[in-house]
Design a protein around this ligand. Structure first.
Ligand code: FE2
Length: 334
């Protein structure tokens, strides 16, 4: 029967999907603990990879494939594409950091292909506190709810901060319903979208700001997608001297308050070894501020992958902030 066991690689097009309210769900609704026999199989696969000397970036799906773990990777794909769009994988804390990096990459190979996250072609980004970072994830301040320029995000928690740094998630489908029921006129403004700054990562010759409006909410083949990073909107409109109207500001403020509402959001402290896998077009993410350790080697560290599915999610072209020559999502290297 369709819907019971949907194809793991495909997006559920042509169906109206409902979001979730974090306060109505509990941690067990999002967390999957690796079973003992799955962990044994994962360790055996990683041992073989280590013995082969293969670099992480050369690991393919077949290298991390086993009858005990493939159903787990399929469950992740199904939950991310067809379910709540968020899965926290736990129970991996006794894997050493290099082995966790192999598993992180390996899960990505089961979901699709790693995307470049910068013009330097970075496939695995270290999210940690560093000075002078232009991209919000590089500081210790609270992040507001946002999306990234990739299809599926996989975060691996390597180290926690001294205090704080709680991860937060919000269903954009629930946020859409809230906007639509409270102020359909403002929901319409979000659909019309805004110019966006491209983090200075655009290819030579491309505009620093999108020469078109990027819709916060857009629909394609029945799938509603969210693309949102408020600071990129404000920076683009300020630099281009295109003032935001009062209604546009009210729409953005209302959206920010809805996605930050504890009724909607789900929050969790990721422990070292935990992985968070999310559908970036249906789940916004953020984190609370944190106090970090002084020493580099102790600082909070997450590893981030952006993944594109074998059959990419249908999207309006305006929902992509980068006009990549490759036709892929993320940020083309140059
Ligand atoms: Fe992010």
């Amino acid at each position: 029967m369709p819907g019971i066991n949907p194809p793991v690689d495909l997006w559920p097009t042509g169906r109206v999907r409902k979001g979730w309210y974090g306060s109505e769900l509990g941690t067990p609704d999002f967390v999957t603990r690796v079973e003992a026999r799955q962990l044994d199989a994962i360790k055996a696969l990683i041992r073989e990879i280590n013995d082969s000397g293969k670099p992480v970036a050369e690991i393919r799906k077949v290298d991390l494939s086993h009858r005990h773990v493939d159903p787990l990777f399929d469950q992740i794909g199904r939950e991310v594409r067809h379910g709540k769009g968020l899965l926290i994988l736990t129970g991996l804390s006794d894997l050493a950091e290099p082995d966790l990096r192999i598993l992180h990459w390996g899960i990505g190979t089961h979901l699709g292909t790693a995307l470049s996250q910068s013009h330097r072609g970075e496939l695995v980004v270290h999210v940690t506190s560093k000075q002078g970072s232009d991209r919000g994830s590089g500081g210790t301040a609270e992040l507001v709810m946002h999306t990234d320029p990739g299809e599926i995000i996989i975060l691996l928690a390597v180290r926690k901060a001294k205090a704080g740094g709680v991860s937060r998630f919000c269903s954009s489908l629930a946020a859409w319903d809230e906007m639509q029921s409270r102020r359909p006129d403002l929901a319409q403004i979000l659909q019309e979208g805004f110019r966006c700054w491209r983090y200075g990562e655009q290819a030579p010759g491309d505009d620093e700001y999108t020469p078109y409006n990027v819709p916060v909410f857009s629909e394609c083949e029945g799938l509603r997608s969210v693309v949102y990073a408020r600071q990129t909107i404000e920076r683009a409109h300020a630099d281009l001297k295109i003032g935001l109207s009062l209604n546009q500001i009210v729409a953005l403020n209302m959206f920010d308050s809805i996605v930050a509402d504890p009724r909607l959001r789900f929050e969790i402290m990721l422990e070292p070894g935990d992985l968070a896998i999310m559908n970036n077009y249906e789940v916004l993410h953020s984190r609370s501020s944190y106090d970090d350790h002084y020493e580099w080697e102790k600082r909070r560290l997450l590893l981030r992958l952006w993944i594109e599915s074998p059959a990419p999610r249908p999207l309006q072209w305006q929902a992509l902030k980068f006009q990549n020559k490759s036709g892929r999502q993320g940020i083309d290297p140059w």
